[in-house]
Ligand binder design. Structure first.
Ligand code: ARG
Length: 564
């Protein structure tokens, strides 16, 4: 493609004495492979009709160029490439790590995901953070970044206080041993309810107790530490079980609690030096009026008047720690869109204290569902949030029902995860996604299982042709293979682009297209039954297609089952 644009650019420069910027795009209509609207773009500047300009340009294309061109109204130049040339280009660019590059040159990125709150069982609320964060890791690594992943657990702050109060009032060690994280979740929800009832009556007795526990934990009071350890152990075990089921992991889990002490110290330091402001009531804020109008009257609150430090303070300590320990060039927070304003404020504060890393809030919309009355809303059940375990159990049931009978349990899990994860990437992450069981498992539509199925088919053919000796790939003319080859050629740019815009849905789209093109190809072109030259060429291309499909899915955290 670059070759074509540069030939066209040179012709335009030589003929019309203007610098051109030919952009080639996929030609879906005109029958060619690519098309460019350059003649239309130049028409005004040159004072000529686009059609005329286009004709003049293509008349100059050298006969030995590896493509031919034609003109269509109102002035498009359509390019047809020789399939064998495309195949040769693919061969030249091919490697075991096709799609990867080292453009980031070992720069360091730190990714913050899925960072759940340990007060409750892992819910679908942190599913997107995990999926998107994981994809970011995969994409950055393929672009030459070093990546550190850190799950910033919500393991202190108010939830701990609520737990401590609730546990002592409503639960006990035996219940906790039996119910584990579900008992904790229960205690949390019930205590929140009590707090609300109390607040409605204008009372603060329980709320004060919550604060007392928070202060105790901050002061390293042994009883508070013991309780916190107990809760943390239970919820960590649960968290790790779920992460393993999701096939996600992070290098670190430095939660809020880990930063409480240093948060307090840093807030005090910056309050004394005047970067922050200590109010008369003792609370500490960071005023950001000068940064943006929208921050006026809503300073970032770091410490409450009673001395407890808040989310922003632990994040301040976290950023400081990360800079000192790891020195990342880039920090990406994979967190929902609800926290957009918060992160804008946080980043403004971090810039003020001189944190060097570039910060990105990689936000995403909610997971919605249509309820029985046909109303769309955030995914929930009658009991409230949907727990990851419920979702995974149900997905595995569903996967079992779409898979053939003899498919292994491991493969069923891969299909279940394939459906759930792929749904996260069906549209730009900033939009809310609509979760629908039938859609995400559809074997004929835009779904994980559909793409997986194509991959499984490819592998079956490759296995059957494994013993066949494959020689060179340019021996064949590759007309039918062109759509596949073109897609494969586009993959490296796609991966590179994704590192810049973090638009992983484009990878999902690509995988879907590749699967579709393969299916078409497979239905129309014999592979194993073709003559030796064709068979060889086709198997070589198929192996490449399979590798790229597998890699694209791996970016999304999806594995190919052995059968389905
Ligand atoms: N635990 C937080 C939540 O669930 C997300 C934490 C994101 N990371 C951070 N450094 N603030 O809302």
């Amino acid at each position: 493609m670059e070759k074509i644009s540069s030939i066209l650019n040179a012709i335009i420069k030589q003929k019309f004495a203007v610098g051109a910027r030919v952009r080639l795009s996929e030609n879906s209509k005109g029958g060619g492979d690519y098309a460019t609207p350059i003649a239309m773009e130049l028409a005004k500047e040159l004072g000529k009709k686009p059609l005329e300009i286009a004709e003049e340009i293509i008349a100059e294309i050298p006969v030995d160029a590896s493509f031919t061109a034609s003109v269509s109204a109102p002035g498009f130049i359509n390019i047809v490439i020789n399939g064998a040339d495309l195949a040769r280009e693919l061969d030249q660019k091919w490697s075991a790590k096709y799609g990867a590059n080292d453009s980031a040159d070992g720069k360091l990125a730190l990714l913050d995901f899925p960072s759940p709150n340990v007060a409750k069982p892992f819910s679908v609320g942190h599913l997107r953070s995990g999926n998107q964060g994981w994809a970011a890791k995969q994409v950055l690594e393929r672009n030459g970044w070093r990546v550190i992943t850190d799950s910033h657990l919500g393991d202190s702050g108010t939830p701990f206080g609520i737990w401590a109060v609730g546990f002592l009032k409503l639960s006990n060690d035996q219940k906790l041993a039996e119910g584990g994280v579900y008992e904790l979740g229960d205690v949390y929800i019930k205590t929140r309810k009590l707090l609300k009832e109390e607040a409605d009556l204008g009372k603060t007795e329980l709320a004060d107790e919550v604060q007392v526990w928070l202060k105790k934990l901050e002061a390293n009071d042994p009883e508070a530490v013991a309780l916190s350890d107990k809760f943390t152990e239970i919820s960590l075990k649960h968290l790790h079980d779920i992460m393993a089921r999701l096939k996600l992991s992070t290098d670190y889990e430095l939660g809020e609690r880990f930063f409480l002490q240093s948060a307090k110290e840093l807030v005090t330091k910056y309050a004394e030096s005047g970067v922050f402001k200590r109010n008369d009531d003792g609370s500490v804020i960071c005023e950001l009026d000068d940064v943006a109008k929208k921050f006026k009257d809503t300073p970032l609150l770091l410490e409450k008047s009673n001395g407890t430090v808040l989310y922003a303070a632990t994040d301040l300590a976290t950023a400081t720690y990360r800079e000192k320990e790891f020195g990342p060039d880039l920090v990406i927070f994979s967190v929902g869109a609800e926290q957009k304003f918060y992160f804008e404020q946080l980043f403004a504060m971090l810039a003020r204290i001189g944190i060097k890393a570039k910060n990105i809030h990689m936000y995403f919309g909610t997971i919605d569902q249509v309820d029985e009355d046909g109303k769309r809303g955030k995914m929930s059940s009658r009991k409230g949030v949907i727990l990851m375990e419920e979702l995974l159990d149900r997905a595995e049931e569903k996967a079992r029902s779409v898979a053939k009978e003899n498919v292994s349990g491991e493969d069923v899990k891969k299909i279940a995860l394939g459906a759930i994860k792929f749904s996260d990437f069906m549209a730009d992450k900033k939009t809310n996604i609509l979760f629908d069981w039938d859609t995400i498992f559809s074997l004929t539509g835009f779904s994980g299982p559909y793409v997986q199925y194509a991959g499984v088919r490819m592998k079956k053919i490759l296995d059957k042709g494994a013993d066949f000796e494959r020689v060179g790939s340019s021996a064949y003319d590759f007309a039918a293979e062109k759509p596949l080859i073109k897609l494969l050629l586009a993959y490296p740019d796609l991966v590179q682009g994704a590192a810049n815009d973090l638009g992983f849905h484009k990878i999902a789209n690509f995988a879907f297209k590749l699967a579709g093109e393969f299916n078409k190809y497979y239905e129309s072109t014999p592979i194993l039954n073709a003559g030796p030259a064709e068979k060889s060429a086709r198997l070589i291309l198929l192996a490449k297609t399979h590798q790229v499909l597998e890699d694209a899915l791996a970016i999304l955290g999806i594995e190919l089952p052995a059968s389905m």
